[in-house]
Design a protein around this ligand. Structure first.
Ligand SMILES: Nc1ncnc2c1ncn2[C@@H]1O[C@H](COP(=O)(O)OP(=O)(O)O)[C@@H](O)[C@H]1O
Ligand SMILES: O=C(CO)[C@@H](O)[C@H](O)COP(=O)(O)O
Length: 469
């Protein structure tokens, strides 16, 4: 009998990545990738095209199940026919920052939101995008009948969407990033959706972990395949990577995130930790910055080098970059909540003004935002003693080498792989067989933090905090 494979999709900010996996051991047999359009508002149909093209490249005749993990929070607002009424506003679009502040005030402050849904809204959170649309684009708001997240909409399209009479679905992980679904009660908060939008909207049904929500539409890219609920991209990575106690995952993609699956939900009134749910039935406290791998790209462009040249420069400088500091709020920032901020270079002197120090300051500055995230997680009781690095930015030799001297913790760089897509494939196998597979990922390269690293980390973070304010 021919092998039945499963497919996992990561539809994240910069690209769609598809892996076709052998369900017996989780090994990748084929993969493909398609770029997404630039920008913080994107027509969801561009993601659909990217998904169909990538699936067509890998071939789906032998694919028995599929799941999509997607960038979190994006607002896909649909009309009565299920067509987007406007481009999706993405997680890194900051135009709804004022709406976020208004919503926080209206419910009675940050603590009220943390208690209600585990997360204090900032511009990334879907509810704030609904408020912005209701106020700034009343005609679009008027036409809207439903709201979905990127992975919800793509999953629905795989099943044929409105034309096939499919019911939209989501999962608890991605739903927990909307601001109108509570990990504490495992239910929607229609009152909060209405507070944000001024009226109700249809929302996708929250499927159970491992549920088969339907089949691929006969004229779609995976005809007849079992379709799993999918989840948010960080939840997908958490599904793929089995963490031991004390391990925290740090993902350096377009966003920088630090998170780990936890047994209890969190409710952080400081707003630093988002109290998400995971895709298994547990929780996923997470800190997210807007400025990660792309900061490295800007550093390389400024210095006129390619990624390898950039790494070489950064690794030639001493820890602390001679006192040169970069605060990389290049797209504003989410954690801390500074949507209008820009980047700052501080501590520049004649003595430290070298290309090597600038490269090192770029790496250290980007990592300092995540190191602050590790501290914020500790403040809500989620302690970490080792960092597992994943995402495009973890492929930088400089990042991997310098990380222990910023986190002050052991760092394990996971082998380059599409962990989000692998997590989705795992969920697809779960939906296909009824049991979560016991695939193990390879674990190897640990860089142990030395006393010198811990000292350097204290200095680097103190210098950063002085400039960041
Ligand atoms: N060797 C490298 N050095 C620095 N940055 C890298 C390297 N390889 C990939 N990247 C960056 O990683 C990012 C893509 O990472 P990825 O995790 O796929 O992001 P996303 O999931 O947000 O689409 C891009 O900005 C890319 O430039
Ligand atoms: O908003 C968040 C997490 O809350 C981001 O992590 C997005 O989910 C986008 O992820 P990447 O494209 O950077 O992987």
């Amino acid at each position: 009998m021919p092998t039945t494979y499963v497919a996992g999709v990561d539809s994240s900010t910069q690209a769609t990545k598809v892996v076709v996996v052998d369900p017996d051991d989780g090994s990748v047999v084929r993969e493909a990738r398609r770029a997404h359009p630039e920008g913080t508002e994107v027509d969801p149909r561009a993601w659909w095209t990217a998904l169909c093209d990538a699936l067509s490249e890998v071939g789906t005749d032998d694919v028995g199940a599929i799941a999509v993990a997607g960038q979190q929070h994006g607002m896909v607002l649909c009309d009565a026919r299920g067509e987007p009424v406007r481009d999706a506003l993405l997680w890194n679009d900051t135009r709804s920052a004022d709406a976020a502040h208004d919503l926080v005030e209206e419910l009675g402050g940050p603590g009220a939101w943390a208690d209600a849904v585990g997360t204090v809204p900032v511009a990334s959170i879907t509810a704030t995008k609904l408020r912005w649309t209701a106020r700034a684009e009343p005609a679009n708001a008027e036409r809207a009948r439903s709201v979905m997240l990127p992975h919800d909409w793509l999953t629905w399209r795989l099943r044929g969407g409105a034309r096939a009479g499919a019911d939209p679905t989501t999962d608890r992980g991605d739903a927990s990033g909307t601001g109108y679904w509570s990990p504490h009660t495992e239910d929607y908060r229609p009152d909060l959706l209405e507070l944000a939008f001024g009226r109700t909207l249809d929302v996708p049904r929250v499927a159970t972990p491992g549920e088969a929500v339907g089949r691929g539409h006969e004229h779609g890219p995976v005809p007849g395949a079992v379709v799993a609920p999918g989840t948010g991209d960080n939840m997908g990575a958490a599904l793929a990577i089995g963490t031991a106690p004390g391990e925290l995952i740090v993902s350096l993609g377009t966003s920088g995130t630090v998170f780990v699956a936890a047994d209890r939900p969190t409710a952080d009134p400081s707003g630093l930790v988002a109290g998400f749910a995971d895709a298994r039935g547990r929780y996923l406290p997470l800190v997210c910055t807007l400025n990660a791998a792309r900061v490295l790209g800007v550093g390389a462009t400024l210095l006129g080098v390619d990624p390898d040249g950039f790494d070489e420069l950064a690794l030639s400088a001493e820890p602390g970059a001679g006192g040169l500091v970069l605060v990389p709020y290049l797209e504003g920032e989410r954690t801390p909540d500074r949507p209008d901020a820009t980047g700052t270079v501080g501590g520049l002197t004649i003595a430290n003004g070298t290309r090597e120090n600038l490269a090192r300051a770029v790496v250290e500055g980007m990592l300092c935002g995540l190191a602050a995230g590790v501290e914020a997680l500790a403040d809500v009781g989620v302690e970490g003693s080792r960092v597992l690095l994943i995402g495009g930015g973890s492929r930088s030799r400089a990042v991997a080498t310098i990380a222990p001297a910023v986190f002050g913790l052991d760092v394990e760089v996971l082998a380059p792989a599409e962990y989000v897509a692998l997590g989705a494939a795992r969920q697809a196998a779960w939906a296909l067989t009824g049991d979560e597979p016991d695939w193990r990922i390879g674990r190897d390269t640990v860089v142990e933090a030395t006393d010198a690293d811990r000292d350097a980390a204290r200095h680097v973070r103190a210098a950063y905090a002085k400039i960041a304010g």
